[in-house]
Design a protein around this ligand. Structure first.
Ligand SMILES: N[C@@H](CCC[C@H](N)C(=O)O)C(=O)O
Length: 267
């Protein structure tokens, strides 16, 4: 089964055209079975990735459609770095008409390619941000739900070993939990580490997480201006936004993306 591999700031994805996806077992809802996705994303028995996407060409003048799965095999509504990689994939495979953008489960998201291997994607508006009482963090949905927490020591080993796995399930427990983003201010940018649900571990970057941190710092401090620079472990990201009351609109996530290789998976 032919596949391609992309990465955006170190967040990596198996990307399939529909012809490859159709070779995989599907469930009764038409989604690829989670066992099949999990096997492809497995770093020992498969290709290895934080997630998998199927990119469907648009009909006529419609934009290509992105279907996203986490490494555990279950679908998620949005992936910021995945969307940036999907835009690069669509560009590499000449899937765009006049406009650059993607159809997603959250509607159409526009894209930009400011330079080679640099991709920006428009992210959903954020209207609700709430204080999370027990942690002092903020909960917001930037396409998927995030808990953001400012910490003094981003290298503290307890963050990913014990704190994030517990918070990931305890916060928003009734609706599937949250991704957990720790951040600290550092000379002109924010260093970030994200524990992703559906990967159940730290990834080198998370696009919706970078947006969540940027909006959290802007929410807490009205003096913070767009763009906010973020430094996850896999590369620099920039988040642009416009304030709209206590919420944010016209949000864009920009950063590096790359086609890494293509190959055949022997199913
Ligand atoms: N890596 C992604 C987020 C993917 C979805 C997330 N793990 C969830 O299930 O909530 C990004 O770049 O935004």
């Amino acid at each position: 089964m032919p596949f391609e591999k992309y990465q955006g700031a170190g967040n990596d994805f198996v990307v399939l055209p529909p012809e490859s996806a159709s070779l995989l077992p599907h469930d009764s809802q038409g989604l690829i079975s989670h066992e099949a996705v999990a096997r492809l994303c497995d770093r020992h028995f498969g290709v290895g990735a934080d997630g998998l996407m199927v990119i469907y060409p648009g009909d006529g003048d419609r934009m290509p459609r992105m279907e996203f799965y986490n490494a555990d095999g279950y679908p998620a509504q949005m992936c910021g770095n995945g969307a940036r990689c999907a835009i690069l994939y669509a560009q590499d495979n000449r899937l765009f008409g006049e406009e650059i953008g993607l159809q997603t489960s959250l509607g159409v998201l526009r894209g930009r390619i400011p330079e080679e291997r640099r991709i920006a994607v428009q992210m959903p508006d954020v209207s609700e941000i709430r204080e999370e009482g027990s942690t002092g963090g903020l909960v917001l949905n930037t396409g998927v739900p995030h808990l953001t927490l400012e910490v003094a020591d981003l290298d503290d080993s307890a963050l990913m070993a014990t704190l994030a796995p517990a918070l990931r399930r305890d916060v928003e427990r009734g609706t599937g939990g949250v991704n957990v983003d720790f951040y600290t201010e550092d000379a002109g940018h924010y260093a970030v580490r994200t524990y992703e649900r559906g990967v159940e571990g730290e990834t080198l970057a998370c696009g919706t997480g970078a947006v969540a941190v940027a909006l959290s710092v802007a929410y807490r401090d009205e003096g913070v201006r767009s763009p906010v620079a973020l430094r996850p472990r896999g590369g620099m990201l920039a988040v642009y936004f416009r304030r709209a009351g206590r919420g944010f609109q016209d949000i864009w996530l920009e950063g590096p993306a790359q086609r890494v290789y293509n190959g055949y998976f022997f199913w």
